[in-house]
Design a protein around this ligand. Sequence first.
Ligand SMILES: [Zn+2]
Ligand SMILES: [Zn+2]
Length: 872
Amino acid sequence: MKPTRPGTVSNHVHKVVLDRKTRTSSAQLQSEVLRHKEVLKKKAETSRKIQRQLAARDTTYDIALNIIDIISLERRALFRRDAHQKTPVAIAESGYLVASPVSPELAVSFRTLEYFRRLRLRKASYSVEAYAKVLCDLYGLPYRRRWRTAISDAYDVYLGILRIVDKRVMAYLGRDTPNWRVKHACPACNFKLEGEEDLGYDRICCMDGNNSLKRIAKIGDREIADLREFSESDYYLLAEYVDRFKDEVKRRESGDAEDDGDDAWTDEEDGDADEAEGDPTDFAGADDMLKQCTKNWKSAAKDETKKMWGIFDETGVFAGACRHGFVLWVIDMVRSGELAKYALALVAKALDVFEDRILWGYDIGCTFNTTIAQSSLGPEFSRRGCRCCVNAFHGYSHSHSCQTINHPSVIPGAGLDDMEGMERLFSSSNELAPVTRYASKYHRRMHIDRHMYQWDEDKYANIATMLYNNLRQAFDILAKDAPVVEEWLQANGCTLADLELWETEEKQYFATVGKVTEADAVAVEYVSRLKDYWRLQDETSATMSAFVTSIPEDYTPAGLVERTDDAQYRREASQTLKRETDMRLLREKCDSALRDVIALELQLGLNAASRWTPTTPKFIETAHFLADRDYHIALERLQRLVVQRLFELHTMNISHTAYKIRTQIAKSLQRRSKAIRAAVTAYNNAAKALKNPRPPLDWSKVTHYAFLEEFELLRDTRNDLAGKRWAETTTRPIIKKARQIKRAREEIRRCNTEVRRVHSWVLQENTELEEAVRKCRDERNPIYGALGDYATRRRRVNTRLLAIIARIHVLPGFSGHTTPGAPSASSPETEAAEVRAEEAELQGDLQDASIDESDLAAAASVLEFTTNLAGT
Ligand SMILES: [Zn+2]
Ligand SMILES: [Zn+2]
């Protein structure tokens, strides 16, 4: 190749001369011309050098490939490759990734993959296919399926690379110790400071299972090719860990009067005997209240029964999160519903990793307390003072008596937390469902892992705002409700202590209401048999008289044969024959009932002469008991149906509930309406039969949310609510408000603590990151670029957090610290920080004095952050 043409140089110089002629002196001009000549000479030299190098390079290993690049939209590119280089490496150096390392045909650019990753993080359901189609559109090509495969394969590799890079960044920052993520992700929960006040519970978390992230075991006859396990996620508790708890709770035999023959329209349990592992409620049996909650919980889950377990491999996930939404751990539910071992494993892991007293919100939290107590975790769980409660909005599936104990609004220390964090997490992860359902085991888990990661990033960015809103909500409650309560107390001459006393009375009342008094089991049986016998006796005599008046005078069964030609006669005779059959059958039934009655009379020491009649006092007493029992059965059944209906309405309203599911629910709601109508009729009959008959219920009234509390009062068949202050309609809202005020005060105290934690954490992290980046740069560590990106992103989010914290500090009524605090001595951060500081000292002695400057710079940047805040 020729060197740069001289003519070009002189032309250029000439142009410069002309341009500047009028403005510059000749001496200046001279020197400028010379300088330009020099520059051009150097350029020409460099160019010649490159040409020489290029000529020397062996281009036989270069490789031309079809490419996909969202920016350039080029279709083909020539990749430089040297003899010693592997193809994928050479291509990666040019910013492309090949789908197949062996014989690559199509290379996808990193930026194309990064776009896809970003899209996916924001829209989990966005599929590879959709992206491939978009790319084809941009290229102006018809859709090519091969592109989808190439992008999908390259994307896996890309994520793998990113994971390695992430790992190295985290390792460089010392954030790769076991459980680092869960111990640090949420600064509001984890970054404990010196001199904090006791909040009762150190940590508020919630847990739940969800069925939407299922995965089909096998599609048709297609064998699954991808057998890899995705084990790199630190969100996942692995099956081996979970299975340690599989023998803690054995499945309870479901024979215990559980099934009162209702719900004919639902899928009945198929009584699969080899399902040996228990669910979280399998210890509830003894307690009446818990039994009721368990029934509701089970029937809510009934739609997702074992039927689906055959089709799906993973049947969903069980997960836990802190009150700020950060995910603790995720567990795959495998070929099962929500088993006790999943929840136990989660609680066990938390007991392991944290030293805290934790309040757990769980939709079957009431019963699960008993389950934990009976498991191997029981002693430690209670030593720490941990407990479970139910979620605020799902509380309605629990009996009122349960809510007086387990609803977060009555638990001291719970603050205003609604414990519905899992609902929010799952409503976001539901988006993943279409992607995971047909994915391989590996991909499903990878998708879930990435989703949780993004979720946590969002929670981190939002944490200060969440605390801000919680504080404002608490301030609002105090401003609105406190004067109302105060006024009422004054007007009625009562004190807060009275309200508390009434609350306790309510608790005690509901602990006993609805419990039927014990009765003599034989007597109960006797009375119901006696009633059966009387009914059959009446029926027999009625049938008998009907028979006698209807038979023809010349009737003999044998006569039928002889007069078969007479159609009229034949018809009548056949009816008569049927009546005779019915009559004999009734007589036999009646005889059998009498036998039962006599057998019971022998047990009771009675005989035919002393047989009870409807006027025998013992008969009346037992009959009342029976009516009472029937009434409670009818009431419970009605209540359960209504709760189920509300559950379904709730599910219907959740966004992203698939259309198909909605349709299914709508159908079952129709069926349920019928069932509820029937249950209302049954209730009304039972209510009429009571000793103190109850007014009938109206179906349109019972199906409303507001009616749920009424159910509890209906359970009182003793009619002894009179004179109970807590039951008065004017008192109840005041008790509720007073309770809410207490929770609001707790919330404020908790938020104050948490705001300071986040504040201190953010400042410390910024300093740490800055130091790490500087050190990495000085060492010329190859991770510098990735670390820098991470630190920049993180610090930008931190700046935002600080800005919001500054707003919190000026909220009217804010009573927390506005200065950051020192990490508490027990916190591992302090130790680690001390070790780091000591290492820095040593390093400083060995090296020159530049350390002092970096310390100064760090301090300056902290100052800058905080002063910038003051301006916002
Ligand atoms: Zn938290
Ligand atoms: Zn309950």
